[in-house]
Design a protein around this ligand. Sequence first.
Ligand code: NAD
Length: 450
Amino acid sequence: MSTLINPTTGVELDHSPASATLVEADAAIARAHDAFPAWRDVAPGERARLLRAFAAIVDAHLEELAQLEVLNAGHTIGNARWEAGNVRDCLNYYSAAPERLFGRQIPVAGGTDVTFHEPLGVVGIIVPWNFPMPIAAWGFAPALAAGNTVVLKPAELTPLTAIRIGELAVEAGLPEGVLTIVPGKGSVVGERFVTHPLVRKVCFTGSTGVGKKIMAGCADQVKRVTLELGGKSANIVFADTDVAAAAASAPSAVFDNAGQDCCARSRILVQRSAYDEFVGRLETAVRAFRVIDPADEQSEMGPMVSAGQRDAVQAYLDTATVAFTGSAPDGPGWWLPPTVVETTDTRDAIWQEEVFGPVVAVMAFDDEDEAITLANDSDYGLSGSIFTSDVGRALRVARRVEAGNLSVNSHSSVRYWTPFGGYKQSGLGRELGPDAPNAFTEEKNVFIAH
Ligand code: NAD
């Protein structure tokens, strides 16, 4: 693996894990396959107990995991603690699934008909660098609960927390081979999950471009696949809302995690009669946004994950007309200030493309229909927000916006106990929520003649 760098300082980290070779990836898959029959046959209550033990040990190492993420990914310490806690919470939530993996009994003539949810076997989980801990857990917690074994590839830039979580799983008592972390390249380890016949499902989170390749590759074996891809989510602000509150909450909805968030509300649509007031208040809020050392408890935004990501975002800004920015530290590290662009042309790259950095485009609209048309004028459909004091309008608009996760008068979108996923090119399938374990099973129907 190439050398890991602390994004806050630009200084190399002491240890960079080795990249797995193709042979090592195959060996990990083989071990996961060998571990599968025994894991499938662990009694439901015992599998539940092991997952709760795993959750407890993650909780006991919460601060260590959080500090590791600040170091490796430049996440603010507040976010990193939430992320490690989210791993614990996902494990606790899905630890209730083994005893509740219900089938159905369906009335038929001449016998009894029952269904079973059978685990798939080895599941391959491919994780991006933007939320290394939660996205890993959204895959492995329900997959393990349903009786599968897991091989998991963290992103090249951010493998450290996943490797540590893999060690904690073994300490908690999960048998060897049940959860194996395989750090390495997407083109080697990730592709092997797609091509290896013993991997029965690929659960991919990352860019839409790579997701399309993975879906095409999985087609070859009719391999099960879940895709969580990019986004260009709209924050729709109607003039009948509390404009001050909407403007105050808009920066964190897009600049959290330095905008490296698939759910970032990176397009703000504001009804024309409230536009000037909103943009004025937004400027105040953006200038006050604390972009400082992510290890500082007060930090609201840290650096970009890498020099490459910072340069990619800067390339968008080089051709855009910036309205105003917040601040960012000078000196080493991959910093960019939160940046606001006012747009009138929906063909602008900054309006259409997922910038994946601390950049937001703002545009005016006249009425509800136009707001919905503009919001849906995107290949993506992951999340979005609607600010209005009219409950009828909130529901009308929420039903018509083509996105998987919407919030009204707030920006929350990911809870481990509610479903998460995208419309259109934002993805395929859903993660999280009560049904997630079923996505890691085959439904089997058995008829017993009387
Ligand atoms: P990426 O697609 O470059 O990489 C994601 C993962 O895929 C990495 O682990 C990478 O090594 C691996 N990979 C790369 N090429 C591969 C290949 N050919 N075969 C198999 N695996 C391969 O994405 P990224 O730059 O790490 O992450 C940012 C992207 O992720 C953004 O587009 C963002 O919107 C998206 N994302 C989506 C969600 C969601 O839930 N929808 C969540 C987080 C991030």
